[in-house]
Write a protein that binds this ligand. Structure first.
Ligand code: PLP
Length: 460
């Protein structure tokens, strides 16, 4: 009964949120100290009366930044996919853990079906496998750990004794550096390989660096290619990189957290060409596919490496069934939430064709934005389609100032990024509820805002 009442409260608050998203698509920017004066977040000994509790909760929700509004271009996730949310809500209600078949039942099979399908899409064979870690950074970490343990399995017992060297492009995600430190490789042992003018990692520079490291007695063991870089959305040349990796027997991991969704689309899957030669791949369905955070996968061409790095016996946990169904033997976590169901409900409801359309539509939205800024002399363009990111500067205006001002004046939520020494605005075309007209309205708002704030800009 309580649950039903709370679900009614949920619907009431959700409707209020939807209205607010229309009326006020960019939440007021308030300093944390001031926000705490507006909201009662304190926890007390006494319970709060139900009506007051509901009002309090609603206020909290409405003051939260709105990532599904048509003015949110700030992050590599956005929007709301109803069928995926249905799956997420049911996963929460069921509250299983995915470590054993005994506790997860058919949910374990849901996860396995997704992993099987994705492995097949990226060209991995029968021995492949994978799991759902907590996010893309953690998926990359698992790739690094498997590579480390393949290089020398005794590291699991003795710790790292040699100087292992990992390679990643200068444009790659910052999880590479953190993961090097967590895994005992060391941040200083990551070589950041120069990118070409498009932002793609250069295979010739990679090979030269590997040769130098070998000549210096070091041990190259891991190359991280990025499929969809965080800022420019660029895809590294996987085939060329895989040839280098094969020559030196180095593990090739693909960080496809952002751009992996092209695997579902016949027109764009060429961007991932060569994925079948990689050893592992990280993919986030919570980015381009719009599944709620988090929905990340690590896939591996030979699942024995997942077991080698992550399995541990535990009599109190594993009490039956084939280990193929006891997924805890392949994960970092013990208790692990069900991140698979929300992806499955989306996929099942729209089919692979529907996932292909999501990707296609995002690239269309991005192209509308790219076409506009490319034809407009006041813009300098840094990104290229196909990419869900649109990187540009307007009239030499400081992008940091512009992004912050647009946010503070509740116009648009958008952020900035950099390539080398150049900083620019990075807008993201990832919300498939947006229409093409929203993409153009973005620029109308930005231009009008700059025109209105001329005086401020001149005084800067
Ligand atoms: C290329 C790339 N890899 C990894 C990540 C990290 O993913 P997560 O935020 O799920 O940890 C991101 C996040 O933006 C990314 O862009």
């Amino acid at each position: 009964m309580d649950m039903e009442k709370d679900l009614q409260t949920f619907i009431h608050i959700f409707k209020a949120l939807q209205q607010e998203e229309k009326d006020c698509p960019v939440t007021e920017s308030v300093d944390p100290e001031d926000l705490l004066k507006q909201l009662d977040l304190s926890l007390a000994d006494e319970p709060m009366a139900n009506d007051a509790f509901n009002e309090n909760l609603k206020k909290l929700v409405l003051k939260t930044p709105k990532t599904a509004s048509n003015r949110f271009y700030n992050q590599l996730f956005a929007g709301r996919k109803s069928k995926a949310i249905l799956g997420e809500l049911l996963a929460v209600v069921l509250n299983n853990s995915m470590y054993t078949y005994k506790v997860g039942g058919p949910q374990v099979c849901v996860e396995k079906e997704i992993i099987k399908q994705i492995c097949s899409k990226i060209g991995y064979g029968e021995n492949s496998g994978g799991t759902f870690p907590t996010g893309g950074s953690m998926a990359n970490f698992m790739g690094l750990m498997m590579a480390r343990d393949k290089f020398d399995s005794s590291i699991r017992e003795k710790g790292v004794q040699q100087t292992l060297i990992a390679y990643s492009s200068s444009e790659s995600h910052y999880s590479m550096a953190k993961n090097a430190s967590f895994s005992g490789i060391g941040r200083n042992n990551v070589r950041y390989i120069a990118a070409d003018s498009d932002g793609k990692m250069r295979a010739d520079v990679l090979e030269a660096q590997i040769k130098t490291d070998i000549a210096n007695g070091l041990s190259p063991f891991f190359v991280n290619a990025t499929a969809g870089t965080t800022v420019l959305g660029v895809y590294d040349p996987i085939i060329e990189l895989s040839e280098v990796c094969q020559r030196y027997n180095i593990w090739l991991h693909i960080d496809a957290a952002l751009g992996g969704a092209v695997m579902f689309n016949e027109q764009y899957k060429y961007l991932l060409a060569g994925s079948e030669y990689s050893d592992s791949l990280a993919f986030n369905a919570h980015k381009m596919l719009g599944v709620p955070l988090s929905c990340s996968m690590i896939l591996v061409r030979d699942k024995k490496y997942l077991y080698q790095s992550f399995s541990n016996d535990a009599d109190y946990l594993y009490q039956g069934h084939n280990d193929d169904y006891n997924l805890g033997k392949m994960s970092i976590q013990c208790g692990r939430r069900n991140d698979a169901l929300k992806f499955w409900t989306l996929w099942k409801s729209v089919g692979t064709e529907g996932l292909a359309k999501i990707v296609d539509y995002q690239f269309q939205l991005s192209k509308v934005a790219h076409d506009y800024i490319e034809q407009h002399p006041d813009y300098t363009v840094y990104s290229q389609s196909p990419s869900v990111t649109i990187c540009f500067n307007y009239k030499n205006i400081d992008p940091k100032w512009l992004c912050n001002a647009l946010y503070e004046q509740q116009q648009i939520m958008v952020g900035y990024g950099a390539q080398g020494d150049t900083t620019f605005i990075r807008s993201v075309a990832i919300n498939t509820s947006n229409k093409k007209v929203d993409m153009l309205e973005f620029f109308t708002i930005l231009e009008a805002f700059v025109a209105q704030n001329k005086a401020v800009l001149l005084s800067e």
